[in-house]
Design a protein around this ligand. Sequence first.
Ligand SMILES: NC(=O)c1ccc[n+]([C@@H]2O[C@H](COP(=O)([O-])OP(=O)(O)OC[C@H]3O[C@@H](n4cnc5c(N)ncnc54)[C@H](O)[C@@H]3O)[C@@H](O)[C@H]2O)c1
Length: 452
Amino acid sequence: MTTSPRKRFVIVGTGSRSRMYLDALAKKYPETSELVGLCDQNPGRLAFTTEVYAKHFPDIPTYPAEEFERMIKETRPDEVIVTTRDSTHDEYIVRAMELGCNAITEKPMTTDAEKCQRILDAEKKTGRRCRVTFNYRYSPPRTQVKDLLMSGVIGDVLAVDFQWLLDTYHGADYFRRWHRNKENSGGLLVHKSTHHFDLVNWWLSSVPEEVYATGQRRFATPEMADRLGLTNRGERCWDCPEKERCTFKLDLAGNKKLKNLYLNNEQHDGYFRDRCIFAPDIDIEDSMNVLVHYRNQVKLNYSLHVFSAWEGYQIAFHGTKGRIEHKCNETVYISGDGSVQGELKKEGTHTRVFPLRETPYEVELWEAKGGHGGGDDPLLNDLFGKPTEDPYLRAADHRSGAYSILCGIAGNASIASGRSVRIDDLVSGLTEPDYPAMPDPSAPLPMPPQIK
Ligand SMILES: NC(=O)c1ccc[n+]([C@@H]2O[C@H](COP(=O)([O-])OP(=O)(O)OC[C@H]3O[C@@H](n4cnc5c(N)ncnc54)[C@H](O)[C@@H]3O)[C@@H](O)[C@H]2O)c1
C-alpha cells in the first residue's frame, strides 16, 4: 500500500465559515490536500454538510464533538482546522496539539487570557504549531500597504489613526447569535478587532504593550428599539409580533442557505440564528475607542463603530517622511447567506501617499477579488497549495494570534476597570512574532524640502 503524499485535514465546526475551507479542499486543492474527517456538536449541521459535499467527499467519516479524540485516532490528520464558536477554539487547539497534530484556527485564536495561556503552554510542551488564519493580511490592497511601509516611503511610523465601521446590516448580525455575549466571543474588541489589531501589529512589525479603552452599547438596546417604535418585541425574528415593521429582521425561512444551515437544525442545540438585536441580555459593546502603546513607541488611536452608514475602514500612518492614507469601502453581507463576505468596493477604496511638503499621489491599487478584500483565496493557497516564499511573512502563528487578541482582552479589562492594562500582565512566555524588517528608526533623515 502506498501512503498518500497529500496533507490530511479534519475540520471541527461545520457552520458558515467552514464552507470556505470545504470548498477549497473539495474543488481547488485535491492534489495537495485531503479532507479526512468532520466533527460538530450539532448532528443536523454535520449531516447537512456531508450531503452538500457528497460528490467530493462521498465516504467522509463524521464525529460528534465528544468523539473528537476518536476522530483524530481513526483519521490520523496532519492538521486540525478549528471553525467552532470562538470560546471553544482553545479546547480543540490544545487537544489537537496534544494528540500530535498541528492546528489551524479561525480568528480569534481564543477569547480570554487564561485560554490564551493554555494555548501558549501547549505549543511549548508539544512542539506542534498553531496557525491563525488572518485572511486580511493577504488581501492585496492591505499587503500593498505593508509593502509601502517596508519601502520606507514615509520613513518610520510615529503614530496611527484607525477607524473601522460595520454597517447596520453586517454589524447587526453580531447581535443576533452567540457573538452577542462576551463569554462566547470576547466581545467585538476580541472577535472583530483581532483582525484589525493583527493588521496594525503586522503593518508596524511590532507588538502592543499597553492598552486603554472605553466602550458602550448605544444602538442595540431595548431603549433604542422603543424609540424606533418596536415596543412589542419577541425573543427572535421568527415569531416576533413586530417582524413586519422591523427592518433589522432576519428571515431565516426566506433564505435557503440560512434555512439549511441554521433553522433546520435548531432543534438539536437551541441555536437561534435570528435573535432580537435589541435584547436586554446582550453584553457586548457597539462602540469602542482604544489607545495602544507599541513596543516601537508608535501610538495607535483605534475605534470600532457598529450600526454605521457604511461598511469598511480608514487608516492613516503618520511617518517621519510623510503620511499614508488608506481607505476601504466594503460590500455588505450576512455571514452564511451565500453572498461574498466583505468584497472591496472599487469606488470607495484608495491608498494615498503624502510626502512631507511635496505633492500627494494616489497609488495604483493591487488587484483584489473575492471574500474579505480578496484575502481568502491567497490564504487558502498558503494553507492547501504548494508553499511559496513570502517577503511579507503573512502566515501567522500562535504569537500573532495571541498579540492580536490580547489587545482586545486588555481593552475589555480596561473598559471594566477604567485603567490602562499592560499586555505583559495578562500572559507569560509570549515572544514577538516573526515580522518583516522595517525602516531603521535611527537612520539619518533627509531635510524636508522647503515649501514652494
Ligand atoms: N476570518 C474571517 O473573516 C471569519 C469570518 C467568519 C467567521 N470566522 C470565525 O469562524 C468561526 C466560525 O464562525 P461561523 O460564522 O461559522 O459560526 P457558526 O455558528 O455558523 O458555526 C460554528 C459551528 O461550530 C459548531 N460548534 C460550536 N461549538 C462547538 C463545540 N464545542 N464543538 C464542536 N462544534 C461546535 C456549531 O454547531 C456550528 O456548526 C468563528 O470563530 C468565527 O469567528 C472568521
